[in-house]
Write a protein of this length. Structure first.
Length: 264
């Protein structure tokens, strides 16, 4: 209790908390986009429940990881390396020494690339075929299958999220409060975001493009190529802004056409 009281009286702790909450919310956008796209393929009566279950599982995973920080930090220790990596002293832009964290990020990135590519292929060419990327499971009707995929990505994003928290503060209470606050924001935003994506087909393609980019960034991070997150989220914000202008133009055009038909 004394430690918590000291934290409450420390302005630096409050600043760390606010910064970490913002960071966790931003990092949660990736997770939320994936959950929204996946849940929108379910029957309508199951969508909201699956979204909330997926986000609740994300919270549980993050809290479990926080409870075992020493083990989590150990995930960053190299477990093997490839023989053709850069020599000692070389300033290479990559690293072929792999930790468990690296392997988790690479696996998650590959999964995102596969999933987003499959969904884009189905959107561009919805006709049924026998190709690898056009199997029946593109249209998910089983909530269990959707939840399983959400759990896989929750794990990847949770590891990244908690390692970010560990890197920003040493105080466990601040990490816990920040994670709970960020996941609460995700719960509130889940349904409006998913409904917006569902009502605007062009936004679906943009979101899938984001998932492709996030998948590539995760793989690059796993290979030791650290792309600054600010660049990624700036690109996403710029793309979303342009798409927002497109939506506004289409809405204005539709309104003018409707007014023209009314006059005639």
């Amino acid at each position: 209790m004394t430690d918590i009281a000291a934290l409450l009286a420390d302005p630096a702790a409050w600043l760390a908390l606010v910064t970490l909450v913002v960071m966790e919310v931003v990092l949660g956008i990736d997770n939320l986009i994936f959950i929204s796209i996946l849940s929108n393929k379910l029957p309508e009566h199951q969508r909201s429940k699956v979204r909330r279950l997926g986000i609740s599982l994300a919270l549980i995973m993050r809290l479990v990881l926080l409870s075992s920080i020493s083990w989590l930090v150990g995930l960053k220790e190299p477990v093997f390396s490839l023989p053709w990596g850069p020599a000692a002293g070389d300033h290479a832009g990559y690293d072929l020494q792999f930790s468990w964290r690296d392997l988790i990020l690479i696996a998650g990135g590959l999964f995102l690339l596969w999933k987003a590519t499959k969904e884009i292929h189905h959107s561009v060419d919805p006709r049924p075929s026998h190709e690898l990327l056009d199997k029946k499971d593109v249209m998910i009707t089983n909530a269990g299958a959707a939840i399983f995929q959400i759990i896989l990505l929750d794990l990847v994003f949770s590891v990244d999220s908690i390692l970010t928290a560990v890197g920003m503060t040493d105080h466990l209470p601040i990490m816990v409060v920040a994670v709970i606050a960020a996941v609460t924001v995700m719960l509130v935003a889940a349904d409006p975001l998913a409904n917006f994506i569902n009502k605007n087909p062009s936004v679906v393609m943009l979101a899938l493009g984001f998932l492709l980019m996030i998948g590539m960034v995760l793989i690059a991070d796993g290979f030791g190529v650290h792309v600054p997150k600010g660049y990624i989220y700036t690109a996403m914000a710029f793309s979303a802004g342009v798409e927002g202008l497109n939506l506004l133009v289409r809405r204005k055009s539709a309104k003018r056409e409707a007014d023209g038909h009314t006059r005639h």
